[in-house]
Design a protein around this ligand. Structure first.
Ligand code: ASP
Ligand code: MG
Length: 464
């Protein structure tokens, strides 16, 4: 049995968290690989330091490093008062190296993506030895291991892509003997290196990705993502009092949920594990006995229809309207060319079959810019009144009801919209993908929470 356990930023940031982590690792049988994030807030602080240095403020950048170094040293000494000396010296040297990088950035007034990755790597390079020291203190044979040299990537600094074949081979080669010896390797999440050995990062929040990649390489039995919540919830608990953690999700459901707000994990990050048939479990470091959420490639039918309701506010609805649009091939292409040219990401699209209007849901702050660009693009159509107007409505929210169980189940839409009607929430636009996994609709932002509650209640009541 091989288990990959990934601990996020809050799970490694305090002596209490490290005590929990240690308990969890000790209680896990078989071969164990630990993957860690930087301590909470560290990566952001490093980014600020890099920005300050690039702006020429080397002193400010150095202060950030000094503060981070002091915090890491304090954390190390609190968990491993004895035998911390070599680790403390390593950490001091790492901080000195990062400080030197920042000084060069400040002199050059320029921080390339490549240099930024070398600076950001400090976070995970510092947390892994601290976690390993905490584990050793508790009698676990742990060894920190930097994933530069193990996770091989391309050179797209800032969001590098792993080269899987090489990464898998090296992971097995480097981790296999340690695991056979009963050692728990503590890997740095988030970072890798090019084949030439230049440090890269895999994108913000990518420690989950590291865990999934390593789980796939080792053909692990389970990939656990430890965070500070007990899994993916059926609805945002700040909006819905009766929301509860979901025991099981299919990968497709998790993807739908994360898209609209449920930010527990980025499903793409765990795809390597899912593709290898390895279940991914989201668990709470601070409540490790909670069952959490298990994500698998295929859904397990559990009789539920709408499993979760999620929403995202701060959006605008851009509508292009006019009778002269119908039956004109290429019209939608013009609209989407414009959104692409403006670099505006579209969250939801809806067009009625009369083709008299196309609605696009976009981030609220891009609405005016997109409206102006569309008016330029469609100037001729507007002059001829083929297009009547381009309008923006905001603030609006998108609400999505998600669940594999609604595929092929008649009457789900009727229940969704019936529940909204009874609570007197006005629906502005509707979309459903043909995967039938998700019914999405727009409401005024003021109605967002009310809409989520209405749907959650409709389907929870039936389930219980
Ligand atoms: N430390 C990195 C970040 O904050 C990676 C991670 O936390 O997963 O983006
Ligand atoms: Mg994180």
């Amino acid at each position: 049995m091989t288990t990959v356990l990934k601990f996020g930023g809050t799970s490694v940031a305090t002596p209490e968290a490290l005590a929990r982590l240690t308990e969890i690792v000790r209680a896990t049988a078989g071969k164990r690989v630990v993957v860690v994030s930087a301590t909470a807030g560290t990566t952001n602080a490093l980014l600020q330091a890099a920005d300050a240095a690039a702006a020429g403020d080397g002193d400010r950048a150095q202060r950030v490093i000094d503060e981070l170094a002091a915090a890491h040293d304090g954390l190390l000494r609190s968990v491993a008062p004895v035998a911390a000396d070599t680790t403390a010296a390593d950490l001091a040297e790492l901080a000195a190296r990062t400080g030197a990088l920042l000084r060069s950035v400040a002199i050059l007034h320029e921080c390339t993506a490549r240099t930024r990755d070398a600076i950001l790597a400090y976070g995970e390079l510092a947390s892994a030895p601290i976690v390993a020291a905490a584990l050793r203190r508790a009698g676990v044979k742990a060894q920190p291991l930097a994933t530069v040299g193990m996770v091989v990537t391309d050179d797209a600094f800032g969001s590098a892509s792993p080269i899987f074949a090489e990464t898998h081979a090296r992971s097995r080669e480097m981790l296999g003997p340690l695991l056979d010896d009963g050692v728990v390797p503590v890997l740095t999440g988030f970072i890798g290196a090019t084949a030439e050995g230049v440090t890269t990062t895999l994108g913000r929040g990518a420690s989950d990705y590291t865990a999934a990649i390593v789980a796939a390489a080792l053909r692990a039995d389970e990939c656990r993502i430890y965070t500070d919540v007990s899994g993916v919830m059926s609805a945002d608990p700040r909006m819905v009092r009766g929301s509860r953690p979901l025991a099981r999700l299919s990968y497709a459901e998790a993807a739908e949920l994360s898209y609209f707000g449920a930010k527990v994990l980025h499903p793409r990050a765990v795809l390597p594990a899912i593709e290898a048939g390895i279940p991914v479990r989201i668990l709470n470091t601070f409540a490790p006995d909670d069952p959490g959420t298990t994500i698998t490639g295929q859904g397990v039918p559990d009789g539920s229809v709408v499993k979760a309701t999620t929403s995202l506010g701060g959006l605008g609805l851009v509508t292009v309207q006019g009778a002269g649009m119908s039956g004109v091939p290429g019209f939608a292409a013009k609209v989407f060319d414009t959104t692409a040219a403006e670099g505006v990401s579209v969250l939801m699209i809806s067009q009625s079959s009369s083709e008299n209007s196309i609605c696009l849901v976009v981030p609220a702050d891009t609405g005016d810019r997109l409206k102006a660009a569309l008016e330029r693009m469609l100037a001729k159509e507007l002059a001829h009144h083929d297009v009547e107007r381009v309008s923006v409505e905001r603030p609006i929210a998108v609400v999505a009801a998600v669940g594999e169980g609604m595929r092929g189940t008649p009457g789900v839409a009727a229940r969704v919209f019936g529940a909204l009607g009874r609570t007197k929430v006005n629906v502005i636009a509707i979309a459903q993908g043909s995967s039938e996994l998700n019914i999405s609709f727009c409401v005024a932002e003021a109605d967002q929470a009310k809409a989520v509650r209405a749907i959650h209640e409709e389907f929870e009541r039936a389930a219980s």
